[in-house]
Design a protein around this ligand. Structure first.
Ligand SMILES: Cc1cc2nc3c(=O)[nH]c(=O)nc-3n(C[C@H](O)[C@H](O)[C@H](O)COP(=O)(O)OP(=O)(O)OC[C@H]3O[C@@H](n4cnc5c(N)ncnc54)[C@H](O)[C@@H]3O)c2cc1C
Length: 407
């Protein structure tokens, strides 16, 4: 039987759920019928695999200035949003604004970091302090004595992202958002409008507005909609290991970065959990069709993460590995997300390609997309994040009509 909604969101990761939560708030006045369609059969969502870092000041010198600004704005917004979710759902989200320490091991690295920080200070007034060798252990007693010096970013934070995701879903369910566990196989369009979706079980879903935010799985639908042959959303594999803290040793409190990766605490959020440390993360661009096991950990990946752990926390070598996983970051060719209305389809909005900072950017993306749906405009200028920048200006660009069912 066909179902009818005001808004249907395709993809239930951090992006889809953040959009649903903001729309559900609006719905309290407008009585909107909202659905999130999310398949649980496709592989681990990036939003589950993420480490939960909320570290907008770590974007390197190479990163686009607009991305830095968007991440800073997202960070500001995140702080209040997580508080609201935690209070309303009465759940400990494992959030801590612990600050982060970036460890420096060579003079060359120091020069690079100094330069980066000079530029960062021109766009933020956030507190960043230089820490000399002797003072590093005052901030984190157990870490290596080999670093030359460090920078301390006072405001950076982390969250237990699987808990956060679950809490946002609960928040949405409480506000009558429907969750449909199925895969969207086709997006049916008629001229400049999306009419309906066809699900794997042949069910048809109609709506006034649609949002596509299905991470690295968006390519097939995008190809059919926009007639491009290229994968617009690349998959960048990342592996993480989780190391259980030993009760006899003081655990880590702050996020630790260095050139090779990061360590961060994942504290217990209830009496049944044990505090642990996450070590991340590897980086490997992959072709999902050719890669046999994109969601498995590799020997070289785990090996490099263990080496990093031992280098930064040499005293903790006896700790046990409790878990390991890998996920796929959704990345565009310019590493900027795609957020906003499409030019071809008036009732289709995209929210894709949040790459390495999707947990951080998710809630603010949710707010902006809700503004677009409710009023046709958003408080943040999304011009740079339009899909059209990624489409080649050739005949390829035209809608691939024969692949789309017209009604
Ligand atoms: C190892 C790793 C570490 C990371 N660490 C951090 C971090 O510390 N901080 C940070 O901010 N970001 C981090 N990220 C990035 C972040 O996880 C992503 O940017 C973000 O989760 C993307 O969210 P999403 O909702 O777009 O996609 P996803 O979370 O992948 O969700 C997409 C969902 O859509 C569903 N879906 C797909 N196709 C369909 C379909 N056709 N029909 C129905 N459902 C469908 C999928 O099943 C999935 O549930 C990390 C990523 C990885 C892999």
């Amino acid at each position: 039987m066909a179902q009818n909604y005001d808004i249907v969101i395709i993809g239930g990761g951090i992006i889809g759920n953040s959009i649903a939560a903001h729309l559900a708030n609006e719905s309290e006045n407008e009585k909107l019928k909202i659905a999130v369609i999310n398949s649980s059969d496709l592989g681990i969502p990036a939003s589950q695999a993420a480490a939960g870092l909320l570290t907008p000041f770590q974007l390197g010198e190479m990163e686009n200035h607009s991305l830095k600004e968007f991440c800073l704005k997202s960070f500001e917004y995140f702080l209040n949003f997580q508080k609201q979710i935690s209070e309303e759902c009465k759940v400990n989200l494992g959030f801590s604004q612990s600050g982060s320490l970036y460890l420096i091991f060579s003079n060359l690295e120091f020069a690079q970091k100094e330069n980066e920080i000079k530029k960062l200070r021109s766009i933020t007034s956030s507190k960043i302090s230089f820490i000399n060798k002797q003072d590093i252990s005052k901030l984190e007693p157990q870490i290596t004595k080999e670093a030359l010096n460090a920078y301390y970013y006072h405001e950076e934070a982390f969250i237990n992202n699987p808990k956060f995701l679950k809490a946002i879903m609960e928040y949405c369910i409480e506000r009558k958002v429907d969750y449909i566990n199925s895969e969207v196989k086709e997006i049916n369009v008629s001229k400049s409008r999306v009419e309906s979706l066809l699900l794997k079980n042949n069910e048809c879903i109609y709506a006034k507005n649609f949002v596509l935010c299905n991470g690295i799985w968006a390519n097939d639908l995008l190809k059919k909609l926009f007639g491009t042959s290229e994968d617009l959303i690349k998959a960048v594999k990342g592996e993480v290991i989780q190391i259980e803290s030993n009760k006899d040793l003081e655990s880590l409190e702050k996020i630790i970065f260095c050139k090779e990766g990061y360590l961060l605490p994942r504290p217990a959020t209830n009496q049944y959990e044990t505090s642990s440390i996450l070590v991340g993360s590897t980086y490997e661009e992959i072709n999902t069709e050719k890669c046999l096991n994109p969601f498995y950990n590799s020997v070289h990946g785990v090996n490099s993460l263990l080496n990093l752990f031992q280098r930064i926390l040499p005293a903790y070598s006896e700790f046990s590995i409790s878990k390991m996983w890998s996920g796929l970051r959704p990345k565009t060719k310019d590493s900027l997300p795609v957020i906003g209305q499409t030019e071809q389809f008036e009732n289709l909005i995209l929210a894709l390609g949040h790459y390495r900072n999707g947990i951080l950017m998710g809630p603010y993306t949710g707010k902006l997309i809700t503004e677009l749906i409710m009023s046709g405009q958003s408080e943040y200028d999304l011009g740079l994040f339009k899909l059209e920048r990624l489409l080649k200006p050739t005949s390829e660009n035209k809608t691939n009509q024969h692949l789309i069912t017209n009604h």
